[in-house]
Design a protein around this ligand. Sequence first.
Ligand SMILES: [Mg+2]
Length: 242
Amino acid sequence: MMPLAYLCDFDGTVSPHDIGAAIAERFSRDGEAARVPELAAWRAGRLGHRALTEAQCAVMRATESEALEFTRGFTLDPAFAPFARAALAGGDSVMVVSEGFDFYVRDQLARAGLAELPWAANALIFGADGAVEPRFPFADPACDACGNCKAAHVRRSRARGFHTVLVGDGDSDRHGALEADTVLARGSLLEWCRAEGVVHTAVRNFADVSAWAREAALLRRDDQRNDGRPGRPLRAAGWGRT
Ligand SMILES: [Mg+2]
């Protein structure tokens, strides 16, 4: 039976709120980082999110302690931790892949009792003068779209023998969605999947993802009983892309 690897977007998905967008607005003068010209270019698809993050960080000022104090006003989808624990207990894998920043992804997961869950995000370096500088340890040097290449995370999980499931809500999930075997989408990712004909299942939250996971587990169990071929019922149910 092929195990599933859930690759979960953070802002707007694991966290119902976009914490990255909120800190950009909160920690720039008069919310300037939420109005940089690069934002319109990114929304129009003319600029990658990596360049947008750099432009926003250039007008932000924050210390790590005040940034953490602010982000602790947000919480995760309450269904995420139970979902992750059940998936791990069932032999599947769960990883958070975020185009946001390391300091709040790490903190939010730890506060939800998920400090051991693997995650990858962009890094934010806090300078002594309040200046902040982004770093992109998971960028694809051959592509300037994203800071954190979700497509590469999906490919890595598949190479390790997993049926990959991308869970996301936004534009920075598109390349990961195109690589994934299964897409669970909400928000603008859902609209894009519909417009582009990318096979997907619509979800509202992690209660829906859990329901999908339980159904997938039943189908995989039946499949094993019938002929043992991995993955087939997921595709037969219209959940796979292939
Ligand atoms: Mg998102």
